[in-house]
Design a protein around this ligand. Structure first.
Ligand code: NAD
Ligand code: IPM
Ligand code: MN
Length: 357
């Protein structure tokens, strides 16, 4: 059997700590399920900028393109807040998504019963929440033309352009409808079509695409209402499909329903390869302290096994191990409450490893 190639990009801040934890878990699960993986580490983000003046070296892109899957930590930090916008660490995330053609970003929000009382929402509202956010990832305002500064009618202004083409909306909505077929057969398309032209094109394209999926129920919601509904009736949602910017914002909101952003994994899928990363950032406030919650990255590694390598059983082994460590009462500081067992990144990882057998 040919070993599958995983490129690991730790990035900045807590990125190194959490990807190390996830690789330890992958290595253990590999043994148990007889999967052959190789790991190659590549720099990106502020760390790469400091090394070579480029947050996304060509060599990192080439390695990622050639990989069976990429495991990504996080990039960014105050240290690089004032560098040239074209060289910001975040450009590494955006550049990789674009270079690898990762047009789908899956952000599952599953409120585990063990964590229901950590949610800022009352347990009777949040219990049973199981949403899959399908975020368009390489279009929209993130990748439109922009101007950092220009003088217009004697005053300084900046602008960012949002555009979406019909094929871009077709492929992401098709992905969402197919995903709904494996779940509860319901898609909510989120837009701002009461104001934006791009949203009107989005909505009519989704409606057209839905004709091929008569077994899937489709409804539409404005993004402002969706933000409210996620906080008031989150259990109504099955699959949410939305644009790049709206998906970014709604997924951070949805992440806290499960108790902590430190629990939320994601998968970015394209035609060439796929990339797996927690939805959180480099958490500069806790970087280097060894206390970051590794679960989001460990669960991203589970998604890697499921979506990139078709190793469903191995993915479930990881997911169950994370649940079991939580059920044993282990909590990193983002989730710690009196009466529970204190864990740092390392002990949380060890506890998860114990359940992989
Ligand atoms: P952040 O997600 O890094 O942190 C927000 C808050 O959540 C912080 O209080 C942090 O300590 C906490 N947190 C995040 N992950 C955690 C974990 N695993 N365990 C425990 N607590 C955790 O968001 P931010 O502060 O807005 O951004 C920090 C930097 O990260 C910025 O430079 C931003 O651009 C970047 N960022 C990168 C990515 C990425 O690489 N994909 C994603 C989001 C933000
Ligand atoms: C995310 C992040 C990125 C985004 C940033 C770091 C560019 O917030 O993955 O959610 O906005 O997509
Ligand atoms: Mn985000």
């Amino acid at each position: 059997m040919m070993a599958k190639k995983i490129v690991v990009i730790p990035g900045d801040g807590i990125g190194k700590e959490i990807t190390e934890a996830a690789v330890r878990v992958l290595k253990k699960v590999e043994e148990i399920h007889s999967i052959g993986l190789t790991y190659e580490e590549k720099p990106a983000g502020g760390t790469a900028y400091d090394m070579c003046g480029n947050p996304l070296p060509a060599d990192t892109i080439e390695a990622a393109k050639a990989a069976d899957a990429v495991l990504f930590g996080a990039v960014g930090g105050d240290k690089w807040d004032n560098v040239d916008p074209a060289k910001r660490p975040e450009k590494a995330v955006l550049g990789l998504r674009k270079a690898l053609g990762l047009y789908v970003n899956l952000r599952p929000v599953h409120v585990s019963p063990v964590l229901a009382d950590y949610s800022p929402l009352k347990p009777d509202i949040v219990t049973g929440t199981d949403v899959l956010i399908v975020r368009e990832l390489i279009g929209g305002i993130y990748f439109g033309d922009r101007c950092e500064s220009e003088i217009h009618n004697g005053v300084e202004r900046a602008w960012d352009l949002e555009n979406y083409s019909v094929p871009e909306v077709e492929r992401i909505s098709r992905f969402a409808f197919n995903a709904a077929r494996k779940r509860r057969h319901k898609v909510t398309s989120v837009d701002k079509s009461n104001v934006l032209a791009t949203s009107r094109l989005w909505r009519r394209t989704v409606i057209k695409e839905a004709e091929a999926f008569p077994d899937v129920e489709l409804n539409h919601m404005y993004v402002d209402n969706c933000a409210m509904q996620l906080a008031s009736h989150p259990t109504q949602f099955d699959v949410i499909v939305t644009s790049n910017l709206f998906g970014d914002i709604l997924s951070d909101e949805a992440a806290v329903l499960g108790g902590s952003i430190g629990m939320m994994p994601s998968a970015s899928i394209g035609e060439l390869t796929s990339l797996f990363e927690p939805i959180h950032g480099s958490a500069p406030d806790i970087a280097g302290k060894g206390i970051a919650n590794p679960c989001a990255t460990i669960l991203s590694a589970a998604m890697l096994l499921r979506y990139a390598l078709n190793e469903d059983a191995a993915a479930s082994t990881i997911e169950k191990a994370v649940d079991a460590a939580l059920a044993d009462g282990w909590r990193t500081p983002d989730l710690y409450k009196e009466g529970f067992r204190k864990a740092n990144t390392e002990t949380m990882t060890e506890e998860i490893l114990k359940h992989i057998k």
